[in-house]
Design a protein around this ligand. Structure first.
Ligand SMILES: *[C@@H]1O[C@H](CO)[C@@H](O)[C@H](O)[C@H]1NC(C)=O
Ligand SMILES: *[C@@H]1O[C@H](CO)[C@@H](O)[C@H](O)[C@H]1NC(C)=O
Ligand SMILES: *[C@@H]1O[C@H](CO)[C@@H](O)[C@H](O)[C@H]1NC(C)=O
Ligand SMILES: *[C@@H]1O[C@H](CO)[C@@H](O)[C@H](O)[C@H]1NC(C)=O
Length: 218
């Protein structure tokens, strides 16, 4: 560009001054361009950083799924002639569970197991198939658990508690192992452990579940 300018027919005296002026404005312009360029790059990098931070705290941030035991119903309970649960037939309970997934990706979980305790002894279990809670949705599922009457009856203190007509207190322990995979960038194993306490009056068939304790490891 400066060469092109030089070819222009101009008064020699004026040419020298103009060239100096032009050179200085040009370098100043170049400097300004450089500053603008630097500024632009910094701004773009800053915006990118902000976007990444925001993404990190929102979309890419893996949050704890929340499992809620909504209610428990008796699916099968067979009593003998004396009104005592038959020892050869399991008591089957159905737990309606909701899995709230606050993540921007689905939460896939493997088989779940639920253990039932009465008086500290394991008296039954439930196994459930794998599932998927969609992104930012709450899924509902039914989990069935078998309580083995003979195991319950074998617990010391059962007969007195049962004959008094009081509700029996059961503890449940559910473990859900799963994974949250966000756009194949973030992959995180999620383990949810849920401890619940349920009081079950076998005579009246009344079931009450107390708030559960959830522990999640991400
Ligand atoms: C899930 O449960 C099914 C049926 O009980 C079993 O065949 C399968 O191997 C289990 N899968 C895992 C990963 O435990
Ligand atoms: C769970 O079981 C209850 C009672 O049997 C039924 O009304 C409900 O539709 C079931 N839910 C699912 C998701 O299977
Ligand atoms: C009762 O439940 C237990 C635990 O799930 C199981 O191993 C057993 O086969 C069941 N018994 C009957 C009679 O269904
Ligand atoms: C939940 O239950 C399991 C099995 O009984 C026990 O090991 C664990 O300590 C319990 N966790 C809480 C928080 O009560």
């Amino acid at each position: 560009m400066s060469k092109h300018e030089q070819v222009k027919p101009l008064a020699p005296a004026a040419w020298h001054i103009r060239s100096d002026e032009e050179l200085s404005t040009e370098s100043r312009l170049r400097q300004r361009k450089y500053v603008i360029c630097c500024g632009c790059t910094t701004a773009v990098l800053l915006i990118l950083a902000v976007i990444l931070i925001v993404l990190g705290f929102t979309v890419l941030h893996v949050r704890e799924p929340i499992i809620h035991m909504n209610r428990i119903i008796i699916q099968r309970l067979e009593l003998d002639d004396n009104g005592i649960p038959r020892t050869d037939v399991n008591i089957t309970l159905l737990a309606e569970v909701s899995v709230k997934n606050p993540n921007y990706a689905s939460f896939r979980f493997k088989n779940t197991t639920t253990l039932i305790y009465y008086g500290g002894a394991e008296v039954g279990e439930g196994r459930n198939p794998p599932g998927k809670a969609k992104a930012r949705r709450t899924m509902r599922m039914n989990m069935t658990v078998d309580v083995i009457p003979a195991e319950v009856a074998a617990v010391p203190g059962f007969s007195s508690e049962y004959s008094s007509g009081r509700a029996l207190t059961f503890d449940t322990y559910t473990k859900v192992d799963g994974k949250v995979k966000i756009a194949s960038v973030v992959k995180k194993n999620v383990e949810v452990k849920l401890n619940c306490t349920v009081s079950f009056n076998i005579k009246s068939g009344e079931i009450q579940n107390k708030p559960c304790i959830q522990k999640v490891s991400l």
